[in-house]
Design a protein around this ligand. Structure first.
Ligand SMILES: *[C@@H]1O[C@H](CO)[C@@H](O)[C@H](O)[C@H]1NC(C)=O
Ligand SMILES: *[C@@H]1O[C@H](CO)[C@@H](O)[C@H](O)[C@H]1NC(C)=O
Ligand SMILES: *[C@@H]1O[C@H](CO)[C@@H](O)[C@H](O)[C@H]1NC(C)=O
Ligand SMILES: *[C@@H]1O[C@H](CO)[C@@H](O)[C@H](O)[C@H]1NC(C)=O
Ligand SMILES: *[C@@H]1O[C@H](CO)[C@@H](O)[C@H](O)[C@H]1NC(C)=O
Ligand SMILES: *[C@@H]1O[C@H](CO)[C@@H](O)[C@H](O)[C@H]1NC(C)=O
Ligand SMILES: *[C@@H]1O[C@H](CO)[C@@H](O)[C@H](O)[C@H]1NC(C)=O
Ligand SMILES: *[C@@H]1O[C@H](CO)[C@@H](O)[C@H](O)[C@H]1NC(C)=O
Ligand SMILES: *[C@@H]1O[C@H](CO)[C@@H](O)[C@H](O)[C@H]1NC(C)=O
Ligand SMILES: [Cu+2]
Length: 634
């Protein structure tokens, strides 16, 4: 998915040609130094000044448009470039595809998988019209992962929270402004639907903390050959099957049995990327998986990490990176491999199925080869196999606390014990929680006190009074609401997996879960495996801790996060293993409740009400959910 160079110049050109970006008389031509060093934690004022007066180019990636740069505090929307309006249309249809050579029924976005990129510049306003043309009765809604939606909670795309699903045959327009920049993705937030294909890259061009010449986007995913909706029951009655296949930018070669009628031998293959010796490439890695964490490396190359989710960090070098579901990394790879013996190199991706503390699985169990880097653009040969295993001991989240230093620094106040709230994720016996855990055949997840269930026909906004002139009703327990009423205050949560069982039907489970928060980048104050949380005994990382929107809660341990209540709205926090979230691993923050409905314009309020009316009508004639579908809706 190489960014077409014409499109790129159009995008950059668009920003610089805007009347607001008056070209300065003197544009610096001397290169801004290779940015801040890993040891220098202070903003280098002369770099800052230099990069203010220059424009983004291969030698000046910290610069942007002559007015803004890598050090601009984008969380303050008044400091963000003005940008322009960019329009997109996404049409969802059911269709058959064979991206890995195995013919399956999926949902396509504009006739393709993955969906087309939504792409623009820092500061732009994005308008996305979504058309639900599905023939399977499914509703839909689109979430823009990691986008903070400052002041636009209603555009967050969470079915059952900020909207009723878009009914079949209908459309909805989302509009939001990009105050952040970097690499992300959009995906359906209607139950397990994204696993069936509803996703695509979301690229917002902006400054980068290391220089590069060209860029590619890499969508990494696991891939099922059956509908995710049918697999939901294997989650509830055990665990979902290991995905049989995987895809890099919608391609792979599944080892197909040619007697299987669904095999399409001449389809599928490896996505390849052309490298020119001496150039530097920015690879935007996006993990759009459903079930498992993956580890990523490229034979013969090391790389420099410049961003974690939508947060630029001081560059650091590594040769392998673990990416949890929902996470993104921007890496810079220098095309400097030893090419005397081979001109093509494998891009490798391996599933992490290991529980914390376990020994890594045999390297031979899964073929890691996933895509190809080609220095010889004429070659069509497969590279020789170099390594089938990365040099990793345990497949955990990146040790981000040690490695990642955000460029825009923040110091977090020490939390008093009274504000630190603990959440105890659990697996509950289901449907009857009073049955001892090991005697129940069904189980669901629970992140707050109960397993999450949001009624698509009565979203959180309806309870907040969106359809009753602001007259609110208490939210049902299963909506798992945590009220955050303070304004611009730090709030702190311990997501704690190491606790003592007190109820026979509720069990702590030693599994890693990638925790994703909507509406905020959270800071990670602690992320510790196989240990008990004890206030006072744990040292919090308060000095410029890593910020991101997805981080792993280590099984048997805990994750301590914090964020500032600077964005009123109803925001989900959930596990990004789609099956877990669907089985209840979710809760929602009601942040500054009294301000939420005031953010909706009159036409938005009408759209909300009309869409919910149409959805309720459509749903009544399609009682599948009530009769059989038992998932949380998130
Ligand atoms: C900042 O950068 C300038 C020029 O690139 C250099 O001379 C100076 O030593 C740097 N200051 C610090 C604190 O690193
Ligand atoms: C995939 O299966 C569908 C439904 O059976 C069929 O219409 C389609 O032609 C098949 N595609 C390929 C490439 O075989
Ligand atoms: C969505 O469609 C799938 C088939 O594509 C079906 O199995 C599932 O029940 C539908 N879900 C809802 C909620 O309509
Ligand atoms: C392919 O499928 C056929 C029929 O199901 C089976 O007999 C055969 O053993 C399979 N071949 C391989 C290589 O799995
Ligand atoms: C994507 O995330 C899943 C789940 O966390 C993980 O199993 C997988 O290894 C990740 N993929 C990559 C390429 O890192
Ligand atoms: C690829 O083939 C074309 C045409 O044969 C040739 O002009 C070009 O130099 C080749 N490129 C490389 C990298 O060998
Ligand atoms: C279930 O767990 C309890 C207590 O942990 C244990 O005493 C009992 O034997 C277990 N039952 C089964 C069927 O494994
Ligand atoms: C769980 O219950 C406790 C005690 O009733 C309450 O203080 C807390 O807010 C609840 N948490 C959630 C997530 O509902
Ligand atoms: C929970 O923490 C204790 C001590 O801090 C540790 O010994 C134990 O292994 C942890 N439990 C799990 C399941 O990791
Ligand atoms: Cu999970």
């Amino acid at each position: 998915m190489r960014l077409h160079s014409a499109l790129k110049s159009l995008l950059i050109g668009a920003a610089t040609s805007s009347a607001l970006f008056v070209r300065r008389a003197e544009i610096s031509t001397s290169p801004v130094r290779e940015l801040v060093s890993r040891t220098d934690n202070e903003k280098n004022d002369s770099n800052y000044e230099l990069s203010l007066s220059c424009r983004n180019s291969p030698e000046h990636r910290a610069c942007w448009d002559g007015e803004h740069n890598l050090w601009t505090n984008y969380e303050d929307i008044s400091k963000v470039p003005t940008g322009e309006l960019r329009k997109f249309e996404l049409t969802l249809t059911n269709g058959w595809i064979a991206p890995d050579g195995y013919n399956v029924s999926k949902i396509l976005v504009n006739g393709q998988y993955p969906g087309p990129p939504i792409e623009g510049n820092w500061g732009d306003t994005f308008e996305i019209v979504v058309h639900n043309q599905l023939s399977d009765g499914n509703g839909t809604s689109i979430h823009f992962h990691g986008i903070s939606q400052l002041g636009t909670n209603r555009m967050d795309g969470t079915s059952g929270v900020v909207q009723c699903p878009i009914p079949p045959g209908q459309s909805m327009t989302y509009q939001w402004r990009a105050n952040q920049y970097g690499t992300s993705w959009y995906h359906s937030h209607f139950s397990l639907q994204y696993t069936n294909g509803v996703l695509g890259p979301l690229i917002i061009h902006g400054p980068t903390s290391a220089n590069y010449d060209e860029e590619y986007t890499l969508m990494l995913s696991d891939w099922y050959h059956v509908s995710a909706f049918t697999l939901f029951y294997s989650e509830v009655l055990g665990s979902p099957p290991i995905p049989p296949s995987k895809l890099l930018n919608g391609k792979w070669k599944f080892p197909c049995n040619s007697t299987d009628p669904q095999c399409v031998p001449n389809e599928g293959g490896f996505t390849d990327f052309k490298f020119e010796k001496g150039k530097k490439y920015k690879l935007r890695l996006i993990n759009t998986s459903t079930t498992y964490m993956q580890t990523f490396w490229i034979d013969g190359h090391t790389f420099t990490v410049t961003a974690a989710d939508l947060v630029s960090i001081e560059p650091y070098k590594t040769d392998v990176i673990n990416i949890a579901i929902g996470q993104r990394y921007d890496i810079i790879v220098e095309a400097n491999a030893e090419t005397s013996k081979q001109s093509n190199f494998w891009i490798n991706m391996k599933t992490c199925v290991i529980p914390p503390g376990a020994t890594p699985p045999e390297c031979s169990t899964e073929d890691a080869r996933t895509g190809i880097i080609r220095y010889d653009s004429n070659s069509t040969e497969d590279p020789p196999r170099i390594s089938n295993c990365a040099n990793i001991q345990v497949c955990h989240d990146e040790s981000s606390i040690v490695s990642f230093k955000p460029i825009i620094k923040k110091t977090v106040p020490m939390p008093p014990a009274s504000v630190l709230q603990e959440l105890f994720p659990a697996s509950d016996s289901w449907p009857d929680e009073s049955i001892p855990w090991n005697q129940s055949t069904g189980h669901r997840w629970n992140m707050g006190n109960e397993t999450f269930f949001g009624d698509w026909s009565n979203p959180t906004y309806t309870y907040l009074g969106a359809e009753s002139g602001g007259q609110s009703k208490p939210l049902p327990e299963s909506y798992e609401a945590i009220y955050l009423n303070g304004k611009d205050e730090w709030v702190y949560f311990v997501i704690n997996a190491n606790w003592t069982q007190t109820r026979p039907g509720r069990m702590p489970i030693t599994l890693d879960h990638p925790i994703h928060l909507h509406g905020h980048d959270f800071v990670i104050l602690a992320q510790i495996t196989n240990e008990q949380f004890q206030q006072g005994a744990i040292k919090f990382n308060l000095d410029n801790p890593v910020r991101r929107d997805t981080a792993v809660m280590p099984g048997g341990g805990f994750l301590v996060i914090a964020f500032e209540t600077n964005n009123p709205g109803a925001w989900l926090m959930h596990c990004h293993i789609a099956f877990h979230s669907s089985a209840g691993f979710a809760l929602q923050f009601i942040e500054r409740e009294s301000e939420i409905l005031g953010l909706m314009s009159g036409s938005e309020a009408k759209q909300f009400h009309d869409q919910c009316g149409a959805w309720r009508e459509a749903w009544e004639v399609n009682p599948a959910r009530l009769a059989s579908l038992q998932d949380s809706g998130a």
